[in-house]
Design a protein around this ligand. Structure first.
Ligand SMILES: Nc1ncnc2c1ncn2[C@@H]1O[C@H](COP(=O)(O)OP(=O)(O)O)[C@@H](O)[C@H]1O
Ligand SMILES: [Mg+2]
Length: 266
């Protein structure tokens, strides 16, 4: 289903992976930073409920989390944090009590709570947690663009496929984007994409969309330890180019909305 009526609204980009540690948060932070450099107003929602760590990437302190919003202590606007470079972030919470208080109902409620920020951002980037549980499905289905991030590791390939399968079969989502991360060069990225796309075509009867890949760079680890995005470290021309190309391709892709969704900003 194509939808062209939402062009002037916030573009919502969901990032999932199946497996943890493949680079979702790093990707969200660097994508946001490049968009921000291009003059876009960007909000990142760290939807890794209970284990949110996006504030660490920016060396910010969290004043409140989505759990405070769900439990009526704070409004969404009150928990938005502005980072040094102007990117806004919302934390999903990072305590055990917070993990326990989240259920499927909440994922829907969380998505709906974003209407409070309607019109304030050009992009909302949703950093979805690892795994393939109901919250992951609900968050991904609620986004305009649905990106599955993966690496060449066999366990990442298996878990990315599991997520793609669930999104395709259970949520009937089409137009999924698969982005290879930590690849040696763009040729390897293209190869990884093609092999995943072949499997998905063969077993699920769907095609994945290609918007590029992200090269491996030790700058990312350094950036994490310094509390800055890798693209803003100054010597990361390759990193910047990866994201610029990716954003350019993303802009040409038609949004395909999930049939049974509760969308952000709807
Ligand atoms: N393109 C990349 N090249 C090298 N290391 C990367 C890359 N992307 C992410 N990483 C590293 O991978 C680790 C996990 O990243 P993170 O973003 O926390 O993953 P996730 O959010 O998926 O759990 C971090 O140490 C990060 O620096
Ligand atoms: Mg993460």
């Amino acid at each position: 289903m194509l939808d062209t009526t939402r062009q002037n609204q916030t573009q919502v980009i969901g990032i999932g992976s199946g497996k943890g540690g493949v680079g979702k948060t790093t990707f969200a932070v660097n994508l946001a930073t490049v968009l921000n450099t291009q003059g876009k107003r960007v909000l990142i929602f760290d939807a890794d409920l209970g284990l949110a760590n996006i504030h660490i990437a920016f060396k910010n302190r969290v004043e409140g989390t989505m759990v405070d919003v769900l439990e009526g202590r704070k409004t969404l606007k009150e928990i938005v944090i502005e980072t040094e470079n102007g990117i806004h972030i919302v934390s999903g919470g990072n305590g055990l009590d917070e993990v326990l208080s989240i259920n499927k109902q909440s994922a829907t409620q969380i998505i709906q709570s974003f209407s409070e920020l309607d019109g304030e951002y050009d992009y909302l980037i949703v950093d979805v947690s690892a795994g393939i549980d109901d919250n992951v499905m609900t968050f991904m289905a609620g986004c305009d663009h649905k990106i599955v991030l993966g690496t060449e590791e066999p366990s990442s390939i298996a878990d990315a496929y599991a997520l793609i399968k669930m999104l395709t079969k259970k949520e009937h989502i089409t137009g999924l984007i698969y982005v290879p991360n930590k690849v040696r060069n763009s040729r390897n990225g293209q190869k990884l994409f093609e092999s995943m796309n072949q499997i998905v075509k063969k077993f699920l009867g769907e095609s994945l969309q290609f918007i590029g890949s992200i090269n491996f760079s030790s700058d990312y680890n350094q950036a994490w330890s310094r509390g800055v995005p890798a693209v803003s470290m100054g010597q990361s021309a390759i990193i910047e180019r990866d994201y610029e190309e990716l954003i350019e391709s993303l802009n040409t892709i038609e949004v395909e909305l999930a049939p049974n969704r509760v969308s952000f900003f709807q």
